[in-house]
Design a protein around this ligand. Structure first.
Ligand code: BGC
Length: 250
């Protein structure tokens, strides 16, 4: 049996990464291509890079392979509706149509955390978990994917919950730890506040923690005391790519 293949492209604060994905196994079929996100990450500058990445795989991918692209903002009907950590020119930008025009074929645009959540659901730490699973990505911002009995409820922007008068992600994202040179203990105290608040509001069955920092989960997850089980994501920096590809193929 030949495997189903799609291209996933993940737009992040520092890099734009893409690779072909084996949808049945949830693995990358080639090494990721990564190009630095332009300093002025306007829609057209980013689209040019998305085109460059896709072009590197045109020879190896079937001509009709689906393409999924992530963006760190709310996406409704192909239009970007929020831009907390990206150029404000993205607001109300019809990103899906822009990328489809750049690539010369239809592609799907999806929120980055939703893509990571779907990847963890199908191939990682949220697989076969019933009830409410909250996948959180800790990076420049805090991304959230709500998964209820395997169904994604998209665009949950709970990284922006107001806690103690602050937008939560400005205090508890991985970028806050780096910016303020916080020790793991100090940062964990902020995560404790954030995850306790989330669990009191939503009563999830499981938290999955993704983002680059989840590679060092042993430094901070054991410091948290929650009623909800909390585990590191399994797909790490491939999750956005795998989830975007999977959703594009649905
Ligand atoms: C954005 C979300 C995004 C998250 C992770 C937040 O600032 O509002 O849409 O998923 O960052 O990139």
């Amino acid at each position: 049996m030949t495997s189903r293949v799609a291209l996933g492209i993940d737009i992040g604060g520092s890099g734009i990464k893409g690779a072909p994905v084996d949808l049945d196994r949830g693995v990358l079929l080639a090494e990721r291509v990564k190009i630095a996100t332009p300093v002025e990450s306007t829609p057209h500058a980013v689209a040019a890079i998305v085109g460059e990445i896709a072009a590197q795989f045109t020879d190896t991918l079937p001509a009709d392979a689906p393409i999924g692209v992530t963006i760190p903002g709310v996406v409704q009907h192909g239009v970007v509706r929020s831009a907390a950590n990206i150029d404000k020119a993205w607001l109300d930008c019809p990103g899906e149509a822009l990328f489809s025009a750049t690539l010369g074929r239809r592609c799907l645009l999806v929120n980055d955390a939703d893509a990571a959540g779907v990847a963890e659901l199908r191939h990682g730490a949220a697989k076969d978990k019933s009830g409410l699973v909250i996948v959180t990505t800790l990076g420049t911002g805090i991304g959230i994917a709500l998964l209820h009995n395997g169904v994604l409820i998209p665009n949950a922007e709970l990284g922006h919950l107001e806690i103690d008068g602050h937008d939560a992600e400005t205090r508890a994202a991985a970028s806050a730890r780096e910016r303020e040179s916080l020790s793991w203990t100090k940062w964990a105290a902020r995560l404790q506040r954030y995850y306790s608040h989330l669990e009191n509001l939503l009563w999830p069955d499981l938290f999955v923690v993704g983002g680059g920092v989840s590679r060092k989960a042993d430094k901070f997850l054991p410091l948290l005391s929650l009623r909800t089980p909390i585990v590191p994501a399994e797909l790490q920096n491939a999750a956005g790519i795998i989830g975007a590809a999977a959703l594009a193929a649905d």
